[in-house]
Design a protein around this ligand. Structure first.
Ligand code: HXC
Length: 510
């Protein structure tokens, strides 16, 4: 019996060694952790239960029968993050470059199926040379099976991708279909075609880092949601994110103990909005002052900074925040900010996370670049996302809410549940100057008349009361009391139910 047990231990030891000490050292030499070290950091200590440790590929071409390492380049299983169940796969670059064989894909599919069946998030750690070249179409078929599961799991359980090495070719499309993508600076990249192919086809010379590194994808393409300094930091941030999320679409988001009175008033908010309507202020200050313990988890911090998206907690419960940022482009709505916010709103709606919208928006960005690139369709994404969302929706207009952007930003007309405004709010078709120049064009040569018209327009519309008179604003609130008002509003909506007309699915403008 002792020998039998020892055999198991020996085999386990062999499996745990992956591609061997030399390759592990090479992995460390690049500042990267191994697949197992990553899992250990991601999950609660001792909680990992592995599946399929001894699985091997079945390829016999190109001498592959001589090279059949245990695990076949991916470690899979489940464990807990702060006591809550998650499923995980972690590609092992030390084994055949983490390349995806039919077996490797089969292991990933198994845990994805279990995650959906048991209602727990899927976290994929990607570090792979892509399709196992020796396996040909069997490998592609494996990817296809993973893709289909990403699609079926979308909106059912949260899916998080962590890119910690190469992720190239069609392989990028599995992470692309997950809810969040995190990258590690300088050691991860994602692209559909690599620098060599780019050079051959377009004659552009570009490095892997420039083409698909963490900076590119968090600042330019918006493919990734955040970039971190190293593996350790990235995995710690995944743990923090999971704490905000429900485990599946049938659960409410988690409620955590909180140490911050819901009725905390913030007198400093009374002076947050400057006297001059064209002077910017930092909307993040408001978010931090509203949040339990000032804890804000920002999504896509480095992209379309005129829009802020992320999670806070109120009374210990997760709330998704969407906010215009007056510090950047005056908080204008444009293609990038609309796309960013629309995807976030849809994520919250999938997973029953209430949405708090903070509005200070001068309208949509004018210009040929916006129109040629389809601001009509992209802006419509956000409008559509808000209008279809059935989760509790609470809106606070702090200053400008002009034109179409007023309607888009979770207005009453898009089934906003609580629509508040600060006394500094201005709800109008446009700013006073622009409005005057259009409706009093005949007086444009007379500065005195124009000044009088502008003043008249300001007096009429540069306030929240016209909208409040019509019930489009439920109440004009004191800025200092925003936390308590919003907390109570969201608490009152906990049992909200909405009937939707039957449909197979909608046709959001893509
Ligand atoms: C089989 C692979 C492999 C692959 C790497 N290896 N990629 N084996 N299939 N796709 C093996 C290498 O042979 C090597 O084995 C070990 O992994 C480490 O690779 P190195 O090249 O030594 O590492 P490095 O120098 O760091 O380069 C990493 C790399 C490079 C840039 C990822 O390996 C590479 O270019 N690989 C091929 C990438 C690729 O073209 N993949 C197909 C993409 S198309 P030994 O035994 O020597 O250590 C795709 C389609 C998906 O993925 C479609 C889905 C629909």
């Amino acid at each position: 019996m002792k020998d039998i047990l020892q055999t198991l231990e020996d085999r386990r030891g062999q499996a745990r060694l992956g591609g061997g000490q030399k390759r592990i050292d090479a992995q460390h030499g690049r500042g990267k952790l191994t697949a197992r070290e990553r899992i250990d950091l991601l999950l609660d200590e001792g909680s990992f239960e592995e599946f399929d440790m001894f699985m091997t590929h079945r390829c016999t071409d190109f001498g592959m029968e001589e090279n059949q390492p245990y695990g076949d380049g991916v470690v899979t299983g489940w464990g807990t993050i702060n006591g809550r169940q998650v499923y995980v796969f972690s590609q092992d670059f030390t084994v055949l470059g983490g390349s995806v064989s039919a077996t490797h894909a089969q292991k990933i599919c198994k845990i994805m199926d279990m995650a959906v069946q048991n209602g727990a998030p899927i976290i994929g750690i990607n570090d792979s040379g892509g399709a196992r070249i020796q396996e040909g179409v069997d490998s592609l078929a494996g990817y296809g099976e993973v893709f289909q599961r990403n699609i079926m799991a979308s909106g059912v359980v949260p899916q998080i991708s962590v890119i910690m090495g190469p992720c190239a070719g069609g392989a990028v499309y599995s992470p692309a279909m997950t809810d969040f993508i995190f990258m590690v600076k300088d050691s991860s990249y994602m692209f559909v075609t690599g620098p060599d192919v780019v050079k051959t086809v377009t004659n552009e010379q570009v490095s892997a880092e420039e083409l698909g590194g963490a900076s590119t994808h968090t600042k330019k393409s918006s493919v990734a949601d955040a970039a971190f300094e190293n593996d350790v930091e990235a995995l710690a941030e995944v743990r923090r994110l999971v704490d905000f999320l429900p485990l599946n679409n049938r659960q409410k988001p988690p409620k955590r103990p909180f140490f911050d009175a819901p009725d905390r008033v913030e007198p400093s908010l009374d002076t947050l909005v400057p006297d001059n309507p064209n002077t910017p202020y930092d909307m993040k200050e408001l978010i931090l002052k509203l949040a339990d313990e000032g804890d804000f988890y920002e999504i896509q911090e480095d992209f379309a900074k005129n829009m802020i998206t992320g999670f806070i907690r109120l009374e210990g419960r997760t709330v998704g925040v969407v906010a215009n940022q007056p510090m950047v482009l005056a908080g204008v709505l444009d293609i990038d900010s609309a796309r960013k916010a629309a995807r976030f709103v849809r994520f919250c709606d999938c997973f029953d996370i209430p949405i708090l919208t903070l509005v200070d928006v001068p309208g949509f960005l004018p210009g040929t670049s916006q129109e040629y690139n389809g601001v009509i369709k992209h802006g419509a994404k956000l409008l559509f996302a808000y209008g279809e969302a059935t989760v509790p929706k609470v809106t606070v207009i702090t200053r400008k809410a002009y034109g179409g952007a007023y309607v888009v930003m979770s207005s009453k007309h898009l089934r906003g549940d609580f629509n508040y405004a600060w006394p500094t709010a201005e709800v109008a078709v446009m700013g006073a100057k622009g409005a005057t120049e259009i409706i009093h064009r005949a007086d444009l040569g007379d500065p005195e008349k124009i000044a009088a018209h502008t003043k008249n327009y300001e007096d009429r519309f540069a306030n929240p009361f016209v909208a409040a008179e019509r019930g489009f604003i439920d109440e004009v609130i004191m800025p200092r009391s925003t936390r308590v008002r919003v907390s109570r509003a969201i608490a009152s909506l906990r049992n909200k139910a909405h009937d939707m007309p039957w449909k197979k699915h909608d046709n959001i403008p893509l």
